[in-house]
Design a protein around this ligand. Structure first.
Ligand code: IPM
Ligand code: MG
Length: 372
């Protein structure tokens, strides 16, 4: 298969983790005889510095002319700490989502057996957790009308949803549940918000097309509690934009590190793949950023094109890295010298040598070679 992939590394640790995902994809291309072409473009703070625009037209045009987008991270403290800043890196990501119509953000959360002790949550609570969050991504409070009064003392953000916006993501969530544990939980705040009541009504109607799937409802405050009390009860979580943003960061604690969570943002025409973590500016250039979320996002990219054998190989390589502690310090309390690049090199090696199980642990952790 031939794929043209736009690479938007962005800010902070974005470039270093994205490079590892590209390495994994290049290794897959060789192993399976595919042609993957990569073209880079600026987005976020780096694009503001260069072009005074967090999403330059040339970047958007590139995204529209490629088959898929691999995204790194955006954000910079110089904007976070300045509420008066008119241009912000995040606007680049939001505009990208809106312009490309990426209405569904899919965020899988899994408790890996090898990492179960890394989570601050109890082992018996998180073991076997396997959740897939469907977060609506182009509507709601993120995109509703924003107002600031002339005196600057009153502000508001409108949360608006239409039946159409709810239906299209609901169908995706139910279809996914059909291939999983056949349960959808709608997370909302229907006891307070009119928009949530519309979600309940519409999702209840969509559910009728999927008789084999059970639909549950949970208020978001309760869902936040249930997520850490008993995450195993969830299969597919369907929710609006901001609740999904919050719940998915919370859910990342189950996996042991936010550095492991990948995501796919899909629409009718375009698809973008990105780790859910931010730009982690404090870690930039230190080699400590976990590239696994980005590498697993590349696996989701392959899934999107139905290259399942290929994505499976990436996931196997990641699992091997986790098992052998070839991981960055966020999840590696044993070996502190394993850098972002080393994790990427190891995963690349496993992809290049899929049948070679003759791994030498000592060499890996002496930093000499990965495979003998
Ligand atoms: C995410 C991020 C973004 C969001 C930010 C960077 C705008 O937190 O993808 O979860 O809020 O959607
Ligand atoms: Mg977020």
């Amino acid at each position: 298969m031939k794929l043209n992939i736009a690479v938007l590394p962005g800010d902070g640790i974005g470039p270093e983790v994205t490079n590892q995902a590209i390495k994994a994809l290049k290794a897959i291309a060789i192993e399976f005889d595919h042609t993957f072409n990569f073209k880079q473009a600026p987005v976020g703070a780096i694009a503001i510095d260069k072009h005074n625009n967090p999403l330059p037209d040339s970047t958007l045009d590139l995204c529209k002319s490629t088959d898929a987008i691999l995204f790194g991270a955006i954000g910079d403290p110089k904007y976070d700490n300045d509420p008066t800043a008119k241009v912000r890196p995040e606007q680049g990501l939001l505009k990208l989502r809106k312009e490309l119509g990426l209405f569904a953000n899919i965020r899988p959360v899994k408790a890996y057996d090898t990492l179960i002790s890394k989570s601050p949550l109890k082992k018996n609570v998180i073991k076997d957790t396997d959740i897939c969050i469907y977060r609506e991504l182009t509507g709601g409070i993120y995109f509703g009308e924003k107002k600031l009064s002339d005196d600057g003392d009153t502000a508001s953000d409108l949360c608006e949803y239409s039946r159409y916006e709810i239906e299209r993501i609901a169908h995706l969530a139910f279809k996914s549940a059909q291939n999983r544990k056949k349960k959808v939980t709608l997370v909302d705040k229907a006891n307070v918000l009119e928009s949530s009541r519309l979600w309940r009504k519409v999702v209840g109607e969509v559910a009728k097309d999927y008789a084999d799937v059970t639909l549950d409802f949970l208020f978001v405050d309760n869902a936040a509690m249930q997520m850490i009390l008993n995450p195993k009860q969830f299969d597919v979580i369907l929710t609006e934009n901001m609740f999904g943003d919050i719940i998915s960061d919370e859910a990342s604690v189950i996996g042991g590190s936010i550095g492991l969570l990948a995501s796919a943002s899909v629409g009718e025409k375009y698809a973008m793949f990105e780790p859910i973590h931010g730009s982690y500016p404090q870690a930039k250039g230190k080699g400590i950023a976990n590239p696994i979320a980005s590498i697993l996002s590349a696996a989701m990219l392959l899934d999107h094109f139905e290259l399942f054998e290929e994505s499976e190989l990436i996931r196997k390589a990641v699992e091997k890295a986790l098992k052998l502690h070839v991981t960055t310090p966020d999840i590696n309390t044993k070996y502190h010298h394993v850098t972002t690049t080393k994790v990427g090199d190891f995963i690349e090696d496993v992809i290049n040598n899929p049948n070679d199980s003759n791994l030498n642990f000592t060499n890996i952790h002496l930093g000499q070679s990965t495979i003998i």
